[in-house]
Design a protein. Structure first.
Lengths: 116, 110
C-alpha cells in the first residue's frame, strides 16, 4: 500500500542536541512538506519541497534544516538553535499544485519530539 | 492577524444536535478551501472541499462566502464518532502549500 512513513514515532532528546526526523513516501508525489503542531494549535509550515534538490522555507524555518536528495525522502533536522522544539511534527506529500488545489495532502502519522 | 482564524471551542453538543463551525481567511487571492478532521494525537485527514455554490456530503454541509472571506461547516445529527478537531484549510497557490487554521474542537456527548 502506498503511503508516508515517519520515524521515529516518539523521540526524546536533551537540550543542545540535533535530531533528524525521517519521512519517506512511495506515492510518487513531487511535493513534500513539514508542519509543526503545538497543543491546541493548528499546523505551521516549516519547510516544503516541490521537486528533488529544491526546497523553500515556510513560516517557521528558523532552527530547522531539510534536504531533498531523493523524490521519496524529505528528512527534517531539528537543530540546537530551535529554541522550543518540543512539538508534534507532521510530514505530508501531494502531487504538486494539482494536489494543493484539490486539498489532497497525505500525512504521515507524525513524530512526537520531547526535549528534556 | 492570522491567515486562517477559527473559534477554538470546545463545542460540547448532545448526540443528534446540529452544530456549525465558522472560519475566516485573510488572503483574498486564496482559491481553494477545505475542511480537515483531526482525531486526538493523530494526523489530519481531508473531510471535504468547500465550493462556492456550497456542497454537501451526507450529514456535512460546507459553505463559502468569498465576499466576506468566510467558510462554514454544518454537521447535522451529530454522532459520538464526530468528536474531533475540525481544521479550516486554505490553499496558498503561491507557495503551493496549504495553510491551516488552529482548529475547532467538537465533543459530542451521549
Amino acid at each position: 500500500d502506498g503511503g508516508i512513513t515517519q520515524s521515529p514515532k516518539y523521540l526524546f532528546r536533551k537540550e543542545g542536541q540535533n535530531v533528524t526526523l525521517s519521512c519517506e513516501q512511495n506515492l510518487n508525489h513531487d511535493a513534500m512538506y513539514w508542519y509543526r503542531q503545538d497543543p491546541g494549535q493548528g499546523l505551521r509550515l516549516i519547510y516544503y519541497s516541490q521537486i528533488v534538490n529544491d526546497f523553500q522555507k515556510g513560516d517557521i524555518a528558523e532552527g530547522y534544516s531539510v534536504s531533498r536528495e531523493k523524490k521519496e525522502s524529505f528528512p527534517l533536522t531539528v537543530t540546537s538553535a530551535q529554541k522550543n522544539p518540543t512539538a508534534f511534527y507532521l510530514c505530508a506529500s501531494t502531487r504538486g499544485l494539482a494536489g494543493v488545489n484539490t486539498g489532497e495532502l497525505f500525512f504521515g502519522e507524525g513524530s512526537r519530539l520531547t526535549v528534556l | 492577524r492570522k491567515e486562517v482564524e477559527q473559534d477554538p471551542g470546545p463545542f460540547n453538543v448532545p448526540e443528534g444536535a446540529t452544530v456549525a463551525f465558522n472560519c475566516t481567511y485573510s488572503n483574498s487571492a486564496s482559491q481553494s478551501f477545505f475542511w480537515y478532521r483531526q482525531d486526538c494525537r493523530k494526523e489530519p485527514k481531508l473531510l471535504m472541499s468547500v465550493y462556492s455554490s456550497g456542497n454537501e456530503d451526507g450529514r456535512f454541509t460546507a459553505q463559502l462566502n468569498r465576499a466576506s472571506q468566510y467558510i462554514s461547516l454544518l454537521i447535522r445529527d451529530s454522532k459520538l464518532s464526530d468528536s474531533a478537531t475540525y481544521l479550516c484549510v486554505v490553499s496558498d497557490t503561491g507557495r503551493r502549500a496549504l495553510t491551516f487554521g488552529s482548529g475547532t474542537r467538537l465533543q459530542v456527548q451521549p
